[in-house]
Design a protein around this ligand. Sequence first.
Ligand code: GLY
Length: 390
Amino acid sequence: MKRLLLFAAFATLACGARAPRTETMEQLRERVFQVARHQAVFMDSLLPEGRCPKTFQDGEPVTSDIGWWCSGFYPGVLWTLASPGDTLERLAVRHTLPLARLTERKTDHDIGFQLMSSFGYWNIVLYYTPDRDPETVRMVGSVLRKGAEQLAGRFDPAVGCIRSWDFGDWNFPVIIDNMMNLELLMDYGDRSVAETHALTTMKNHFREDGTCFHLVDYADDGSVLGRQTVQGFSDESAWARGQAWALYGYAMMALKEKSAGNRELAKTFYDVAAKLENWLLGHLPEDGVPYWDFSQTEYKDASAGAVIACGLLKLRQFRGAEDDGRGLIMAERILRTLASPEYLAEPGTNGGFILKHSVGHLPNRSEVDVPLTYADYYFLEALTLYPYAD
Ligand code: GLY
């Protein structure tokens, strides 16, 4: 305990700086990354051996085993902040390695989230490391390819989708979150499975106004049995993080197709994301961070804000010189709000999480107005995607 108090006191002195009145986005990024580095080390000091952070509630860390869908996000935060040979890199390796065991047991569609934020990030770091160890490169690549095979194994050609969950009373449930898992297949597996899933989801998950349902249940022949929410307010409302996953997922698919030279598919996926972007730009609140569901006015969800910022910045990348700047303005607004004292934790507090005020599963009354690993991960990702040179 004494060690923690000392750490907290030091961290507060070292990076308790407030935002200057006219802070540039570069200065904002530096300020946030400084806080994030302290928080990432602090979080490690709180974690029981072999556990993954889930949230911090009533003054206590809540943890999970590697099977929880979020087990890759803390390793991903560490990889984002690490430099060659530093403490954060050592922690990143230590917290990533246990996730390799996921490829040796039955998993669900979230293997994409779990592996891309941990091993996927490690693989990118290795790519830029001149004297990388060939055995590490082989091991990391093998975990990612095995994970992609597991994910593709959940694909049903008659439905044209990857099955999301194995629990519940549904026949073949597919949730919009599943769009995020496709990146594992696009980079390390069967791209055609990812493309078919995205094309089917595009047809069945979206409403006329561009927003999406949370869950679609399919019959064995691929016809739709029902559309509903599980984590949103109502079946017809727009659950904020669901919209965020859809925006990011289709923007990611559009970018991957564009870099592969598949112009038609790139445009198809881009159109889905752009229509949703337009809706979001008209419905996000003044400070950019949505309430947990667009029909509600209590409990902001920092995680949805962070993922939406990433999606907007990816769409901007896709458009390049054609971009009209509307999404960039909103992304900046979101990031400035998340970097304000209302959301950004004081170093040495918040259980080592970077952001406060996210919502996990409100209808279950679980994780309401708490820190969450994916809010932190996508906040740092958005700060990495932001085009500072403009
Ligand atoms: N994938 C679960 C969630 O967004 O809460």
